[in-house]
Design a protein around this ligand. Structure first.
Ligand code: EMZ
Length: 384
């Protein structure tokens, strides 16, 4: 099996049953595996709620390590709609010409750097700094801030030996608190200042609400973007023809991005809290229990995708849910897509071929499912 192959562990259960219940810190989660059920459930916010106790819709649950509500992610309509309105335009800035130019400058420099080296550990020395520097554009803060963030590692709530590392969350929170105070004392044109000056339902956002939006901006696009970047690089190392195809037909790049995120599905699933006794996929779901929308499984659903386990770089019909679905769809998706667009374009332009020297898979465990989501280590050589 190629190192850039990501098997689908859900297939049998998805086809035969459609759901599977796993334990998570004594608060079980019923994973919904079919695209149709995932979409329907994502849509029905009255019965499947996001705005329960902060951290409870995340799997593994973060209720024991944080109590700040992440916004707009852990809210429901109509409040959710108001919050989204505040930030939607800001999160479309990645489409601006200057934004793309700055991103291109960053990513070209990163690729030039690895081309000079004999060997690069892609996660630590390429994807993590790339994600951190790109995030300075999204927040509109000085690029030097990225140096601090790089020190936090690939996930802001998880460390290598502890999937729920309270001390990591504290470091992030302290940093954000300081940044909010800085922006409050001297407003500028960054995201903190915009939020501090914003109102919802006629009231200024509190610092706690501002913090909720900023935490999500840091956490939601961290390991997900790092995995998307790392996995894409691994894929093109093992599929030089695909890189050649991008060189010859750059117009397929947008489709290639959608296909890679469908295939990799960097976020496996996201939970909802059931508000009343109901049924999902013929499964009785009781009030106050948890279900999850398994994007990774839905994205391999053969009822919707032809040859779901193949990367078809120019796949034409691709209604994937890698960025979620319905009103909670990923706010950072425009940024993430631009990062991937510039990455693919730069690889096609500057890199001749790439070799994988050493690797270690990052396998998530969800009950009986073992899911490869990326790498813990990926050593590569980039050649002109
Ligand atoms: C939460 C989540 C958001 C959570 C869209 O996903 O990402 C996870 O990585 C974080 O741990 O707190 O932000």
């Amino acid at each position: 099996m190629k190192k850039s192959t990501f098997p689908d562990p859900f297939q049998k259960t998805r086809e035969q049953i459609g759901h599977h219940t796993i334990d998570d810190q004594n608060d079980p989660v019923t994973m919904l595996l079919r695209l149709k059920d995932v979409r329907r459930t994502a849509h029905n916010w009255q019965t499947f709620q996001s705005g329960a106790a902060p951290g409870r819709i995340v799997v593994p649950s973060e209720v024991h390590i944080r109590d700040t509500r992440q916004i707009p992610f852990e809210t429901d309509p109509p409040l959710h709609t108001e919050y989204r309105k505040l930030v939607e335009e800001w999160f479309r800035r990645p489409l601006n010409e200057e934004y793309e130019a700055a991103l291109t400058r960053q990513i070209e420099a990163a690729v030039e750097e690895v081309l000079q080296k004999d060997k690069t550990e892609v996660i630590r020395d390429f994807a993590l700094p790339l994600q951190s520097r790109a995030l300075t554009l999204l927040l509109n803060v000085p690029e030097t801030e990225a140096e601090t963030w790089i020190g936090w590692g690939t996930h802001v709530f998880r460390s290598e030996d502890n999937p729920l590392d309270g001390s990591k969350a504290t470091a992030l929170y302290d940093y954000i608190d300081r940044e909010i105070e800085r922006a409050a004392a001297k407003p500028s044109d960054d995201l903190y200042s915009l939020l501090l000056a914003s109102e919802v339902q006629g009231k200024k956002l509190t610092k706690e609400e501002v913090k909720g939006v900023i935490i999500l901006t840091f956490a939601g696009g961290r390991d997900t973007v790092i995995n998307a970047v790392t996995n894409s690089v691994a894929y093109f190392a093992e599929h030089p023809d695909s890189l050649q195809l991008l060189r010859e037909q750059p117009e397929i790049t947008p489709r290639a991005i959608e296909e890679l995120v469908r295939y990799f599905s960097p976020l496996t699933h996201m939970g909802r809290i059931v508000t009343e006794d109901t049924h999902v996929c013929e499964h009785a779901a009781k009030a106050d229990t948890r279900v999850s929308l398994c994007w990774a499984s839905a994205n391999r659903d053969a009822a919707v995708f032809e040859n779901p386990n193949e990367v078809v770089l120019d796949r034409k019909v691709n209604p994937h849910v890698a960025f979620g679905f319905s009103h909670h769809n990923c706010l950072g998706a425009t940024h993430a897509r631009q990062v991937l667009k510039v990455l693919l374009t730069t690889l096609a332009k500057k890199v001749g071929y790439m070799e994988i020297l050493d690797h270690k898979d990052n396998i998530e465990q969800w009950g009986k499912f073992d899911r490869k989501v990326g790498f813990d280590k990926l050593e590569m050589r980039f050649n002109k």
